[in-house]
Design a binder for this molecule. Structure first.
Ligand code: FAD
Length: 567
């Protein structure tokens, strides 16, 4: 790992790479996407048929793109803007030479283990570069500031011994409590029986356990002080104590697949990915003329507006009403927005989903998250302090209000960006009532305590940009995070694309996106669930996959997620 807490298994030349291949549903989405056989075929009689895709985030756009390639006519509805939680914004009042300065309000760093996501990043020709996480190899320096004491580090070895003790405690705790090395190896080797054997045991044992409870149960973490430091400094991306109440299964999925490691950012911003897919004219396309794109299939090149009503009509069709009053009926619809939208912002028929699925939708739990970015004149943090020879300022982890501060360089002497603060859950709620400027003032004060000799304000060249995802009307939270006892709900939502298992009058609407994924908060899950829904729609319309390239539904029986008893 790039952080204070390395994983037990290191990536070496001899090792197969780690990918987000399970552990819940070990299906090779990357191989499925890479196969020249394609994702499947729809009977010619259905070509040109309209299907609804609700939500123009990554999941919706990937689903729409693949359905279009199969010869269907996806009708995309988007309430806010294409990209959803891949939201890249500019700075008002600040024009930078040599390219626009941008800030990532949602996803900003992507692990190489996100191989289905990477397929689309490569497809649209985007470049990635190392992301400056704490203590990552490309991060010039990191400051850890806890309880008023600051430590400057270029590698973990520069930190006091207690931090390395915490790192060893985490490794030991994962080994003892969650077969870490075995699972990491099984995932690398794509050893499905082994993955399923380990995971079914752990799901049964740990579904009722919080992240914090898991730490407390480990002899390696018997010291409160160690748990406290671990919560504040954490692993990979920084402090994880805001995740302490969540199910430990959520954390294990992240660490096994190294989702929190070796991160890369998308040069120019992550929102380019869905925007480029929207405009892209696929080389291989069925039914449509060469040169067809999603934009080209939509009036004025824009998605339709917000969905306001969803109901079933005769023939088990899905009827969609949008904010313009337009009403259309489809044989299939994919819903990719956050599930809570179905409870409040969209008027829904109870008949849309079986009652157990409604319960799972209602029980969905979100993390809150806030960020604030400022544009600055240059990467002044790289100036060396005359006395100490250290960087003037560093990537900073602290228990103060800011929690994580990231320094985003665009090359020497070019304007740059600082993410003054990135927070989750309670830490995010503390910012909620404050305006962008009020937030910035508190952040500058916090950072002023850590860097008394640095005048950050002097370098700011434009207005701050900020977001609190919990306060965004079309999101209501940052991303799903299951609580203990949520495994069964998660399983129902994820497996919803297998509609032959549902009563006939509950088919035709397919859930996809971050909320449905096993790895919420990682764009890979949005892509994987989109591909499940594409398979579901194809299957419902009488389509099939090529025998050389079985889809997620074709392999389902073999790899279905562990089922826990309901009674
Ligand atoms: C703060 C934050 C940090 C993150 N960090 C990372 C990271 O570093 N790495 C990573 O891989 N992932 C990260 N993620 C997760 C990643 O952003 C998501 O997994 C992914 O973008 C989700 O895509 P989606 O299409 O499933 O959902 P969304 O992007 O939410 O798309 C759903 C769309 O539905 C639209 N919608 C809502 N209601 C309606 C309606 N009534 N009608 C029509 N449309 C509607 C919304 O406007 C939205 O555009 C982060 C997310 C957040 C919020």
């Amino acid at each position: 790992m790039t952080s204070t807490v390395p994983t037990a298994v290191q990536h070496t030349e001899a090792q197969p790479p780690i990918t987000m291949f399970g552990p819940d549903f070990p299906y090779a989405y990357d191989d499925y996407l890479a196969s020249p056989a394609g994702l499947g075929q729809i009977p010619a009689a259905e070509h040109g048929r309209e299907v609804a895709v609700i939500g123009g985030g990554l999941s919706g756009i990937v689903a729409a793109y693949e359905l279009m390639k199969m010869g269907l006519k996806p009708v995309v509805y988007e309430a806010d803007r294409i990209g959803g939680r891949l939201r890249t914004v500019g700075f008002d009042g600040c024009s930078a030479e040599g390219g626009e300065l941008t800030a990532e309000m949602g996803a900003m760093r992507f692990p190489p283990s996100s191989t289905a996501l990477q397929h689309y990043i490569d497809l649209v020709g985007l470049r990635t570069e190392p992301f400056p996480n704490p203590l990552a190899p490309d991060t010039p320096s990191t400051v850890v500031d806890l309880k008023g004491e600051s430590h400057y580090a270029e590698t973990v070895d520069d930190l006091p011994q207690v931090y390395r003790d915490v790192m060893h405690a985490w490794n030991a705790c994962l080994e003892e409590g969650a077969d870490f090395s075995d699972m990491n190896q099984a995932l690398r080797e794509r050893d499905i029986p082994r993955i399923r054997e380990i995971w079914s045991r752990l799901v049964e044992k740990l579904d009722n356990q919080t992240f914090y409870g898991f730490l407390c149960d480990s002899p390696a973490f018997k010291s409160f002080r160690h748990r406290e430091i671990f919560g504040q400094v954490g692993f990979g991306t920084g402090g994880w104590d805001t995740d302490f109440p969540n199910s430990i299964l959520e954390i294990l999925r992240v660490v096994y697949t190294e989702a929190d490691d070796h991160h890369r950012g998308i040069v120019g911003g992550s929102q380019q990915l869905p925007l480029r897919l929207w405009e892209r004219e696929p080389q291989k396309i069925v039914h449509w003329a060469h040169g067809t794109s999603l934009a080209g299939l939509h009036e004025n090149g824009e998605p339709r507006p917000a969905v306001t009503r969803l109901h079933r009509t005769a023939g088990n069709r899905i009827t969609v009403t949008d904010a313009s009053g337009d009403i259309r009926t489809y044989p299939a619809a994919i819903f990719t927005a956050q599930s809570w939208m179905l409870l409040s912002k969209i008027e829904c028929d109870d008949a849309l989903f079986p009652i157990d699925h409604w319960t799972a939708i209602e029980r969905t739990h979100y993390m809150e998250s806030s960020k604030l970015f400022v544009p600055v004149d240059r990467p002044f943090w790289l100036d060396k302090d005359a006395e100490s020879g250290r960087d003037t300022m560093s990537m900073t982890l602290t228990d103060r209000m800011t929690r994580g501060t990231y320094l985003l360089d665009n090359g020497p002497d070019n304007p740059a960006v600082i993410c003054l603060s990135y927070t989750w859950c309670d830490d995010s709620l503390k910012w909620l009532p404050l305006s962008a400027n009020e937030r910035m003032e508190v952040m500058l004060k916090s950072l002023g305590e850590i860097y008394p000799n640095v005048d950050i304000r002097r370098h700011i060249i434009g207005n701050p940009v900020t977001v609190s995802w919990e306060n965004e009307p079309y999101f209501m939270g940052a991303f799903k995070a299951n609580l203990p006892g949520h495994y069964r709900y998660q399983r129902r939502l994820f497996t919803h694309f297998m509609q032959d298992l549902l009563p006939e009058d509950k088919r035709g609407i397919f859930l996809a996106g971050d909320d449905i994924s096993w790895t919420a908060g990682w764009a890979e899950g949005a892509v994987q669930t989109a591909l499940n829904a594409v398979w579901g729609v194809m299957h419902q319309l009488g389509g099939t996959t090529d025998p050389t390239n079985p889809g997620p539904g074709d392999r389902y029986e073999e790899i279905a997620p562990v089922e826990l008893p309901e009674d």
